[in-house]
Design a protein around this ligand. Structure first.
Ligand code: DAH
Length: 364
């Protein structure tokens, strides 16, 4: 196009000369042109291209510049032609470099796109996620059921006084339940609570009936670790106080609870037992959740599994917190959360619950 336009221009030398400097020259007759082409052929990337550009077009040491400097050695008559040829060479070099640069850039961009392409059909990474500890899991489940029945969740201190842990629960000094073997004392009056029952007392001291609470938490006993014992375990205490509360309410409540927790078929039975803070007291069994009561290894062929202690709050406990035991009655129960977890998840060794072996925990 430019060449064609040039033909139609008036052939005035100076003008032509100026125009020629911007002409898109495709090749050159200068001997350097061949060497340049060979050098250019070897170039495979943009860095290499810059090197070639510098070695030909560099202002100081570029080969073309060196040729320019030699122009003065030509006889004056040959100078214009030599200059023209050199200029043509320079333009041809520029043009070739530019073309090659465009090519190389295109190739670089294409390979980048290829390398950085994201294959959205590849399978994703598997992230390790945490789980909820089996104890915490049943704990929450148990809480949920009682909260739905209108219970309030309360907590008490793990370091407890002798008074709340024993005395106020009608366990006077010298009672077997206070046995040194079982209790971890801090000093004469402070100890690690051996059960969640002291929360009953603390709650009744602070609130008037009607009361409907559960109190989950850690408890401590001087036990050595084995498949069924741990010096720290978890209990959930329950307490209901109002006018006209009976043993039937206790049984009905526990039935609703266990049917919700295990299955609709679960049956509950109370066996008379003794706890100093209730009268009457009972041990509560549920029909075996594994064999449905027919007898299996878990229930030791009895069809029943013992799950908690319960009873009607002892009038002496009421009087110790200033409740009128003529007017109010109540029931209380205490159950082992760990024991429920073991049953629910069929864990055969309690230690698994406390050792935090990730292979065990990751199943939950
Ligand atoms: N505190 C008792 C224990 O740790 C369990 C218990 C039994 C709690 C009977 C009660 C109850 O509230 O009425 O073995």
């Amino acid at each position: 196009m430019i060449l064609k336009a040039l033909d139609s221009l008036p052939r005035r030398r100076n003008k032509l000369w100026k125009l020629e400097t911007v002409v898109d020259t495709e090749s050159s007759s200068h001997p350097l042109w061949n060497t340049f082409q060979l050098d250019l052929e070897k170039v495979t990337n943009l860095e290499g291209l810059t090197e070639v550009r510098d070695s030909y077009l560099g202002r100081q040491r570029g080969l073309v510049a060196l040729e320019m400097r030699k122009l003065g050695q030509f006889p004056p008559s040959e100078r214009p032609e030599a200059g023209r040829v050199l200029n043509e060479l320079k333009n041809a070099v520029l043009k070739a470099l530019e073309t090659r640069q465009t090519e190389l850039k295109k190739r670089r961009d294409e390979s980048r796109v290829r390398e950085e392409r994201i294959d959205t059909t590849l399978p994703g990474y598997n992230f390790k996620t945490g789980g909820i500890h089996p104890i915490r899991r049943v704990w929450r489940e148990m809480e949920d059921i009682f909260v739905r029945m209108g219970y309030t969740v309360v907590v008490g201190p793990e370091i407890e006084s002798d008074h709340y842990n024993f005395e106020a629960l009608n366990i006077p000094k010298g009672h077997p339940a206070r046995d040194d073997q079982d209790t971890l004392y801090i000093n004469d009056t402070l100890l690690l609570r051996t059960h969640t029952s002291p929360v009953q007392i603390r709650t009744m001291e602070q609130h008037q009936p009607p009361l409907r609470i559960i109190a989950p938490g850690r408890v401590f006993r001087r036990d050595s670790v084995d498949a069924t014992h741990s010096p720290m375990f978890h209990q959930m205490e329950g307490l209901v106080v109002d006018e006209g509360i009976t043993l039937a309410d206790l049984k009905g409540t526990l039935e609703v609870f266990f049917r919700e927790l295990f299955s609709e078929e679960t049956r509950v039975r109370l066996r008379p037992s003794y706890f100093p803070f209730v009268e009457p007291g009972a041990e509560v069994d549920i029909s075996c959740i594994f064999c449905g009561g027919n007898g299996c290894r878990v229930c030791k062929r009895s069809g029943w599994i013992e799950v908690l202690g319960a009873g009607m709050v002892h009038p002496r406990v009421f009087s110790m917190v200033g409740y009128d035991s003529e007017r109010y009655t109540g029931f209380a129960w205490g159950m082992g959360i760990d024991r429920i977890a073991i049953l629910k998840y069929q864990v055969d060794d309690m230690r698994l619950l406390f050792e935090n072996d990730i292979r065990f925990l990751s199943q939950f």
